[in-house]
Design a protein around this ligand. Sequence first.
Ligand code: BF8
Ligand code: SF4
Length: 637
Amino acid sequence: PDVKDLSMDSGVQQMLEKARAEGIETAFDRAIKMSQCGFGATGVCCKHCLEGPCRIAPNGKGAQAGVCGAGVDTIVARNFLGNVTEGTASHAEHAREVAHAILEVVAGKAPYTIQGVEKLKAVASGLGLSSEGKDTNQLAKEVADKAMEDFQKQHGTLNWLELRAQDKSKETWEKLGLLPVNAHLEIAKSLARQVMGGDADPANLLLGAVTMGLVDGFAGLHMSTDLQDILFGTPTAVKSQYRLGVIKEDMVNLSVHGHIPLLSEKVVEWAGKLTDKAKEVGATGINVVGVCCSGNEVLMRRGVPVATNYASQELPIVTGALEAMVVDIQCIMPGIQTVASCYHTEIITTLAYSKIAGATHVEFTAERADEAAKEIVLRAIANFPKRDPRKVNIPNEVTEAYAGFSVEQIVEALRAVNPEEPLKPLVDAIAGGQILGAVAIVGCTNPRKKQDHDNVALVKELIKNNVLVVATGCSAHSLGKFGLLSPEGLQYCGEGLRNVLTAVGQANGLPGLPPALHMGSCVDNSRVADLLVALANYLGVAVKDLPAAGSCPETHHPKALSIGTYFIACGVDVHVGVNPQATGSPLVVNVLTADKENFPVTTDGLFGGKLIYEEDPVKAAGLLIERIKQKRKALGL
Ligand code: BF8
Ligand code: SF4
């Protein structure tokens, strides 16, 4: 296929042409070669024991039960729970790493300082800790200890759930017996119930997935965001740039890729300190660029430009001008090493439990942070003279974008309109119909879909219909590349939404707010949830009653299913534009996607939110708008 059908990003298209000319295979090529298995795609293949694999054919043809007697509903529900558990484990480990780092920091063992003192006090008070008479490190230790309890306690429920959940949601989960005790316990229990001969009741397995979703939401997303804000500061609005053109020919280019900002923050810091060394090898300086969620973290807090998002992560290497790509965990394609081996680019892995054969490994721990980050930057510098000038070709487009819209920043921006009741202008605009509702665009890009296309198309359709959009993850990067994170994008908005965003922007000295507000990385979907809870509490309603929804048009990762399950448990509809690999069971499909009037047990009935699976982005926007209108009507709007 033409490269224009693989990505909307012209720089990516240009690099795909270059890769083809140089005989280099990328994820887009592999996606074409690799056909998808029909059984796996519908979730009907079970590999939970050595009697199998067993798979149930659709349409009642062939064996309709595994050797053990498991039917299709059990198999699909169990596989869904497995996916959600995997995603949850990623986020919980992320949060735990940061909690552990804070404990090292306050013990004087790791070279970071607590920068988010305001956030620390707010989180401490939410956890029931008094700040009085305590210095920053003492208070941070107590907060990190509370975080660690969420991996250890044997009774009660997650401290972070008590901290961040709306009471009304908590009541629902409690009644259904779904409250998680501690993250590790629940993850282990979930693995144990998926084992051959374990939980075989499909409805019960799906409720298990909801508990996993709650672990993901509170001990993964919220805990990560809160602790990262405490350690590195809460993001405020920043202006930066997007696209492969942020790679600079005359500089040492170093990309940070992965998720946990412990690494990326230190690399940015050391890049700033070692400019002279870069000059010694003939470069004008060191240019750190972001990829994926590490990119989001340093974009939000430091204004670091973003080169590209998930599906095209191999292509910064193809510019021939990337000296090193340093990675930690999650969403890192092993393919980057194969591509890098054709250039001078050095792939540097950093975590003991996440290596790539052939890559350089520089072990990164909080304690060794300075040493490791310095070595990483020095390695990038040392690679600069090894560049082959004949292979260098950097696409020249860049797009300007604003990011850094934490809840604190959004409230601050609204305060310029109404200092006493900052949420009032937003609520009034929703009540008055200038804003129809709100949708969070989350998730990824996926090499099986034309990159950025559906993320952008869905958002354009929503804002045209006056739906306020917030964005996180790689989907936010899609929007950034196409001007939707900049006031320029206001031209695509319906009149009501445009007027509100312009007024709030102007009150803050900007031509307008962007049509999509970039709220951060994937763990920062917690910020979206916090905003919903704040709005619901202000209005005195439940989160499930708000005219709001979530959408991941181009997702690829099980983490998206975990995040989606969390939001559904909060009563928020979640759209996926990619097959969630659970369509082989009518029961599972009905529980997750049916309206409460049409099926006896649904997530819609239990929690007020459901899954919407629709591959066409414009149709999907229509379905989201329809549900938003239903919820408006129920609120009497
Ligand atoms: O956690 S958006 S491709 S990088 S999974 Fe991965 Fe998807 Fe990007 Fe971030 Ni989230
Ligand atoms: Fe087959 Fe049952 Fe074993 Fe799964 S657990 S592989 S369905 S026998």
